[in-house]
Design a protein around this ligand. Structure first.
Ligand code: ADE
Length: 245
């Protein structure tokens, strides 16, 4: 996958995109990342990329020219397998489903907004707009990093075991079941017996049931959107009976 980030703070991306799994995936050539400073495309003698808003009001607005010039110089905007993502609190809320879809693309570009806002005409050059949640950060850089990290770990080869994200919270619409490792007894808290017996079918059912219990207790909004199969209906009924006892 090829990712290009357009920002006026390229240095913010140095650490997060080089460390850990993403760094390794870049070394292996699974991911290619480039961070482009759209200030380099300013025609202003002070390299300014913003100006005061028409109609008056506080703050500065990101101008269309440097952003669009940077996009045109670094991307083929007509390319099919390219998604140009505008990072803005006004976008659709980014979730695991969006991450899974975007992880299938060959090329992604992220435009990080900064300042109080950006010229409305920049929107026309994006194919998608995403927010990371209902709160406002100082700019789109951290949200872009959150999205890049979430998407990239789904790209085949970035994580060693493919199965490890298929059990993730949210991957299938439910929260993940509880996990345990050694020791069997930690300060009197014991690992559930079923996980110790090596009976794969029993373990699968226990995990499914605990995943349903967690989601029902903590995120009923997720459960309401989830389509239960017959087995899950039965397990959830058991959970409710146990919890309401
Ligand atoms: N820029 C500022 N806040 C943001 C958010 N919540 N999501 C995406 N971009 C942003």
């Amino acid at each position: 996958m090829e990712i290009k980030v357009f920002t006026i703070f390229p240095e913010m991306f140095d650490g997060p995109l080089s460390a850990s799994l993403l760094g390794k995936a870049r070394e292996k050539g699974i991911l290619e990342m480039e961070v482009i400073n759209f200030r380099d495309y300013s025609t202003d003698k002070h390299r300014a990329v913003d100006d005061t808003p028409y109609g008056g009001g506080a703050g500065m607005v990101l101008q269309p020219f440097p952003v669009v010039a940077a996009l045109r110089a670094n991307l083929d905007l007509n390319e099919e397998d390219l998604e140009v993502i505008l990072v803005t609190p006004q976008g659709a809320v980014f979730d695991q489903k969006a991450a899974i879809e975007l992880s299938k693309k060959k090329k992604l570009a992220f435009i990080c907004g900064h300042y109080e806002g950006f010229d409305e005409r920049i929107r026309k050059f994006a194919t998608k707009e995403y927010s990371i949640g209902d709160y406002v950060l100082t700019g789109g850089e951290l949200p872009a990093m959150v999205m890049i990290d979430t998407i990239c770990r789904l790209v085949p080869g970035v994580i060693k075991e493919q199965a490890s994200f298929e059990d993730d919270s949210f991957y299938n619409g439910l929260l993940e079941y509880p996990q345990y490792t050694r020791p069997r007894d930690f300060e009197g808290m014991e690992v559930p017996e079923v996980l110790l017996n090596g009976h794969h079918e029993q373990i699968r059912i226990w995990r499914k049931k605990e995943s349903l219990r967690r989601t029902w207790q903590r995120r009923p909004d997720l459960l309401a959107k989830y389509e239960l199969d017959k087995e899950e209906e039965k397990l959830l009924a058991e959970v409710k009976a146990e919890e309401l006892r």
